[in-house]
Design a protein around this ligand. Structure first.
Ligand code: UCC
Ligand code: FAD
Length: 534
């Protein structure tokens, strides 16, 4: 054979070509929009930029690998000790435990409560979570619930036992930091919480309670505490019915000296499509010691938590889109087909550009809602801000979750067959995106929440929406290149106005049927994408 001829494939040779893999670089530096957004709005830029840049470096250098470790080394349940005693020990990976320490020391919850950036503190916190989320091994799930619990405790003003928990939830000290669960779903139903909750709370002589019930979905079950719902059994044995009969409880997830859970049995860990990095269990509450933090009105009391966790959910959605686009763009510079790099095929570039547009739209709406939350929490929110926060939270959550599934799916395709291969880590992004539209309120349930807040505010939230979008379009119309987009959006907005007026004159069933389309239209117009359906 010619000595210069390429070597033959043989048992010891598998060819000379190996595709260069996509590289995760510092996600802060790689995201031009995040930097631009912060530069434009944030007054305390230097500290925030340094924090995000250093954290981004840490994510690409080490944290991303821990996230992968959480996926390949998922939690498992050890129900018994070697001598047959029931222990129900949920064993998590060292990487999962490192995520908890990291979350404390990086202040991933604390930033929202220290408020060192004033009204922009939530934007700072959510930007950091946005960088972290796709590398977090789903640790962002317990962080969301921890943040939500801190918010509820802060807003309700609660007994001393719970007050010390608040300090732990918002601590930067890994030794003190606690995470919280959020146990709302029982076997009868997770959307209709009032009809679903069978848990009973028995009053104790010292003023505390013991909970008896069955929680069907409890995520990040290794948490230190939880907020949960139940019905207080009256002295005469009566059980208060309906939504108003639900009280909110605080419980610590404690173990006795033998390592056994007190008042909780873990029935099993769920066998899930995604989010496998994180334990989700079915729990029997068998006399769990608890403190009541709201007397009745449990759903209303936990609403603050829902607002916060739904924003976190949307951060995760936007971050998944950003991550897959970032990797797909990088891959397009490394992979060739038909004699050209993928980036030089116009059709491939168009596909990436469309993903980019969705990712940007979701990001900007996430930041907008985070901004509004920050304003509300620092007492500078106008009535318009408050109405927008109430309306846009479900709108953002439901729409960004759907975007994430579509964009991440498209993203996987942009890696060809490799996008389907488990050990690339890419399929996990899609599996984890699928949950975003289910937990924390499904798409339909949140569409109905939009109708609820419109009705309860006598339409004021919609008025705020129209005022704000018109103002934003007014600003945009000063830039001539945006004229066609502004025109299209003005048309969509006025069609939406006509629809809302007409719907008000129809029976409620008409609006109920239109709820999802209405919510999508609200999202798309605010994001600057004229809707398909009004
Ligand atoms: O899934 C879960 C955890 C997963 C892990 C967390 C991950 C987070 C992201 C991570 C990223 C990686 S925990 C389970 C989540 N479950 C839900 O979200 C429940 C979904 N269902 C709903 O949202 C329903 O709409 C319900 C439960 C709220 C409906 O309950 P009711 O009792 O039928 O509703 P009512 O009677 O209309 O509302 C009761 C009160 C009212 O106030 P008052 O009594 O003052 O009139 C409502 O205005 O609650 C108030 N309310 C709200 N207030 C209801 N929803 C809200 C809201 N969203 N905001 C403010
Ligand atoms: P259902 O309420 O039975 O809904 C079924 C379908 O009916 C959905 O498509 C829904 O949109 C639709 N639907 C329901 N009502 C209406 C309506 N009025 N109009 C139109 N359509 C409607 N819960 C917790 O409390 N804590 C947790 O930690 C937790 N972790 C979870 C982790 C994972 C991985 C998953 C998948 C779920 C978790 N959940 C948790 C539960 C989750 O919040 C619920 O599954 C969710 O709220 C939906 O409730 P459901 O499963 O009872 O569905």
């Amino acid at each position: 054979r010619d000595p210069h001829a390429p070597p033959l494939f043989s048992r010891s040779r598998t060819g000379l070509f190996f595709q260069a893999q996509p590289q995760l670089k510092n996600p802060f530096l790689e995201d031009p929009l995040l930097g631009r957004y912060l530069r434009r709005h944030l007054p305390h830029q230097q500290a925030v930029f340094s924090d995000l840049q250093a954290f981004g470096e840490r994510i690409s250098d080490e944290v991303d690998a821990w996230g992968r470790e959480c996926e390949v080394n998922p939690p498992r349940l050890v129900p018994f000790d070697p001598w047959g005693r029931r222990v129900d020990h949920i064993v998590t990976s060292p990487a999962w435990q490192r995520m908890k320490e990291l979350s404390a020391s990086e202040g991933l919850v604390a930033i929202g409560y220290e408020r060192s950036c004033g009204e922009w503190s939530r934007v700072h916190q959510m930007s950091k979570l946005f960088l972290y989320s796709p590398s977090s091994g789903l640790f962002t799930c317990p962080l969301a619930m921890t943040d939500g619990a801190a918010k509820v405790i802060q807003s309700l003003g609660v007994p001393p036992a719970v007050d010390s928990a608040y300090r732990r939830l918002t601590s930067r000290d890994p030794e003190r930091f606690w995470t919280s669960g959020q146990w709302m779903t029982e076997r009868r139903g997770g959307s209709d919480v009032a009809a679903g909750t069978e848990t009973l709370a028995e009053p104790q002589p010292d003023g505390s309670y013991r909970l008896h019930g069955f929680k069907w979905f409890t995520s990040a079950t290794d948490a230190d505490m939880t907020l949960t719902l139940g019905r207080v059994v009256g002295r005469d044995g009566s059980i208060p019915p309906g939504s108003r009969g639900l009280s909110l409880f605080y419980a610590e997830v404690r173990r006795d000296p033998q390592g056994r859970l007190e008042g909780i049995e873990v029935q099993r860990l769920k066998d899930k499509l995604g989010t496998r990095q994180m334990p989700t269990a079915e729990l029997l509450l068998d006399g769990l010691p608890a403190h009541r933090v709201s007397e009745g009105r449990g759903v209303a009391s936990i609403a603050n938590m829902l607002t916060v966790t739904r924003i976190h959910n949307s951060v995760a959605a936007a971050a998944a889109m950003r991550r897959v686009v970032q990797l797909a763009r990088d891959y397009a510079t490394r992979r060739s087909a038909f004699g050209r790099r993928l980036q030089d095929h116009p059709l491939h570039l168009q596909t990436l550009a469309r993903m980019e547009v969705e990712a940007r739209a979701a990001f900007l709406l996430v930041m907008e809602v985070s901004r509004l939350l920050g304003r509300e929490e620092t007492g500078v929110a106008s009535p318009l801000d408050r109405h927008l926060l109430r309306l846009l939270t479900p709108v953002l959550k439901l729409y960004s979750a759907k975007q994430a599934v579509a964009v991440v799916s498209e993203g996987l395709e942009s890696f060809g067959g490799q996008g389907y291969m488990e050990d690339t880590g890419l399929p996990g992004l899609l599996r984890d995106a699928q949950v975003l539209s289910i937990w924390e309120g499904t798409t339909n349930v949140l569409s109905l929440d939009v109708l609820r807040c419109v009705a309860r505010s006598s339409g004021l939230v919609l008025q705020a929406y129209f005022t704000q979008t018109q103002a934003l379009l007014g600003h945009a119309s000063r830039l001539p290149p945006l004229a066609p987009a502004v025109g299209a959006l003005e048309g969509a907005l006025s069609a939406l106005g006509v629809f809302v007026e007409e719907a008000a004159a129809r029976p409620p069933s008409y609006l109920e049927l239109a709820a999802r389309d209405l919510a999508y239209s609200l999202a798309r117009i605010y994001m600057g994408q004229p809707p398909h359906v009004v």
